[in-house]
Structures are given as structure tokens and as C-alpha cells.
Design a protein around this ligand. Structure first.
Ligand SMILES: [Zn+2]
Length: 73
């Protein structure tokens, strides 16, 4: 791999990642694997996930970067 290939590949990857984040801004919450709830320690009740407030989704990091970048541009 020559010196030009790596930066170009990185740039393409970053562009593709940002596009993916604008098309699919939400990813499954890592805390509850997208279900939005999890079992309480007693194992009898379901509780809303605190991290995503029961939605089961989280906004991807790239989406926030994209929103910031758009404000700057
Ligand atoms: Zn969650």
C-alpha cells in the first residue's frame, strides 16, 4: 500500500460512515439491545431502560458529528 492509498481509504470510509448515519440515525441501544426495557434484579418486572428511556434506540455518534458539521458549514 503506498502513502496515498491509506488517507484516501480513510476519507472514503468516513464519508460512507457519515452517509450511513444520516440514512440510519438510530442504532439499537447498547444497554438493552434495542428492546427498550430490561428485567429488574428480582427478575419479575420489566423496567424501562434508563439509557434510552424505553425507546430502545440511541442516536449514533456520527449523527451528532454530522449535525455539528452542518451547523458550522
Ligand atoms: Zn436502552
Amino acid at each position: 500500500m503506498d502513502t496515498l492509498t491509506l488517507p484516501t481509504a480513510l476519507l472514503l470510509w468516513a464519508a460512507g460512515y457519515l452517509i450511513a448515519c444520516t440514512l440510519f440515525p438510530f442504532a439499537a441501544c447498547r444497554n438493552c439491545q434495542g428492546s427498550g426495557k430490561f428485567r429488574s434484579p428480582s427478575g419479575r418486572a420489566w423496567r424501562n431502560c434508563r439509557r434510552c428511556k424505553g425507546t430502545g434506540r440511541r442516536i449514533r455518534l456520527g449523527r451528532r458529528i454530522w449535525a455539528k458539521a452542518r451547523r458550522v458549514l
